[in-house]
Design a protein around this ligand. Structure first.
Ligand SMILES: Nc1nc2c(ncn2[C@@H]2O[C@H](COP(=O)(O)OP(=O)(O)OP(=O)(O)O)[C@@H](O)[C@H]2O)c(=O)[nH]1
Ligand SMILES: [Mg+2]
Length: 142
């Protein structure tokens, strides 16, 4: 599997996805600092939320082959700015998370915001029901 950096707001589902990618059952634990699990680098949501930390996220991305921008479909709070993927030194793909909690409209809006940020391609998943995980895994294993 490619080395991946996970980015996204607090509680958008980065650690839960990280656990699934590593074959573990999800168990909640607030991420306090950068954490490496297998080939995945998990980050605290604060790295994206507080702009002073954003530079750290971009620099850490050079350790990865790919960045995933995560967007919680059930939250209408979007932290990505247009074209933001261009700041990163490696390709950026998008993941719409928590689709089990969202309406179709919310999923569409989340996808659109990730597209605007420059993430490509974009996957839609639930780490709880595991909907969409197969396609994402196949992409990450390419
Ligand atoms: N229903 C549902 N809940 C989810 C999903 N993914 C994560 N959650 C829940 O959302 C909460 C936050 O998930 P985390 O994976 O810890 O979020 P995070 O992005 O790592 O958050 P920080 O470490 O604070 O940056 C937990 O209670 C998870 O169980 C999902 O796909 N569906
Ligand atoms: Mg976390």
């Amino acid at each position: 599997m490619r080395r991946i950096l996970l980015a996204g707001a607090v509680a958008c589902g980065k650690t839960t996805l990280c656990q699934r990618l590593n074959g573990l059952d999800p168990s909640y634990k607030k991420t306090q600092s950068l954490e490496v699990m297998g080939t995945t680098i998990d980050t605290p949501g604060e790295y994206l939320e507080h702009r002073a930390f954003l530079r750290g996220l971009v620099v850490t991305a050079s350790e990865a082959d790919l960045v995933l921008f995560l967007q919680d479909a059930s939250q209408e709070r979007f932290l990505y700015s247009p074209g933001m993927a261009g700041m990163f030194p490696v390709p950026v793909a998008g993941v719409v998370t928590k689709v089990d909690l969202a309406t179709e409209r919310q999923v569409r809006d989340a996808r659109e915001m990730l597209e605007l940020a420059g993430a490509q391609p974009i996957f839609t998943i639930s780490a709880v029901t595991q909907e969409g995980m197969e396609d994402l895994l196949a992409f990450l294993e390419q």
